[in-house]
Ligand binder design. Structure first.
Ligand SMILES: [Ca+2]
Length: 314
């Protein structure tokens, strides 16, 4: 018996010692292969995700730089409507940028750049900065407005309609900021600036001048030029709508829309020439009392603010 038992036992042990290591080695080898494959797969996925992360970071960087450089619209939601940038400023928003406005009689909202410098609360209705927008345009363009309403230094005209609604809400001060290619800045300010309605062809009215650029809007620099250079009481003119006091067509000759008289000593919607220029007519961006007729300015900002504006210091 013990012999038989021993034999059986030894054969069982034999088979076990023979089989078990084999099974263990095999499964280990298979497991190793499986894990190696998984490692390779995971490495591949990590690489893919790294590539994706780099892509996303780049996209985000582009978006951020877009937001900073290009889109300067500031959305305040629908809670309140603002009649002008002065209201926005005094409601606590002191960052310059494009905001939604709705003047009292305006049928719809419109975008305008709020200049919160210079004491804040300025609604910009015209800007020249680089010549990227065409200002030689027809009546309906000037009526509706045109240009770049996204960039902080984008060129635009707010539109005579909106300008009318805006300036008829009260007593507004006009401020014109000018700069030249020599790095100098000047300004002109006018009291009681107002633009009449469509029926009156967006007639201009304004009061007393103050500033450093001279009075080129009302020809106040010399009594003898008033009869042809004073733009007060002048209707708006475009090349397809001649409302000037000249036998020809000022808007056509000076390639701009403006409150031309006969024709002007200021034409801030003129051609962007970059400094001194020669042309058939004085059609550059002209402010006569600073640089004369044959120098086109580097930048212009025309903006309005209520005369009784008092910055809310909170
Ligand atoms: Ca004419």
């Amino acid at each position: 018996f013990p012999q038989v038992f021993t034999r059986v036992l030894s054969s069982v042990v034999n088979s076990l010692t023979l089989r078990y290591p084999t099974v263990t080695l095999q499964s280990c080898f298979q497991e190793q292969l499986r894990l190696k494959a998984q490692v390779r797969l995971l490495e591949y996925r990590v690489k893919q995700q790294q590539v994706k992360i780099v892509q996303l970071l780049q996209e985000k960087e582009i978006q951020y730089s877009d937001q900073e450089d290009e889109n300067s619209f500031i959305d305040l939601g629908e809670k309140r409507q603002y009649a002008d940038c002065a209201e926005i400023y005094n409601d606590g928003y002191k960052r310059s940028g494009f905001y939604k406005l709705k003047s009292f009689q305006s049928p719809s909202e419109f975008l305008a750049y709020c200049d919160m410098s210079d004491g804040g609360g300025w609604t910009v209705f015209q800007r020249r900065s680089d010549g990227s927008q065409k200002f030689d345009r027809v009546w309906t363009d000037y009526e509706q407005g045109f240009g770049n309403f996204a960039s902080a230094d984008g060129e635009y005209w707010l539109g005579n309609k909106n300008l009318h609604y805006l300036t008829n809400q009260g007593n507004y001060t006009l401020r014109i900021d000018l700069s030249d290619f020599e790095g100098e800045r000047r300004f002109a300010q006018y009291k009681s600036f107002r633009v009449a309605d469509e029926e009156s062809s967006y007639q201009l009215s304004c009061g007393e001048y103050s500033g450093t650029a001279g009075d080129s809007l009302t020809g106040g620099f010399h009594p003898e030029v008033k009869w042809w250079a004073d733009l007060r009481g002048m209707k708006f003119s475009t090349r397809d709508r001649d409302n000037d006091n000249y036998e020809g067509n000022c808007a056509e000759e000076d390639t701009s829309g403006w409150w031309f008289n006969r024709c002007h000593s200021s034409n801030l919607n003129g051609v962007y020439y970059k400094g001194p220029y020669t042309a058939k007519t004085d059609n550059g961006i002209v402010w006569y009392t600073w640089h004369g007729w044959w120098y086109s300015l580097k930048s212009v900002v025309m903006k309005v603010r209520p005369a009784d504006f008092e910055p809310n210091v909170v």
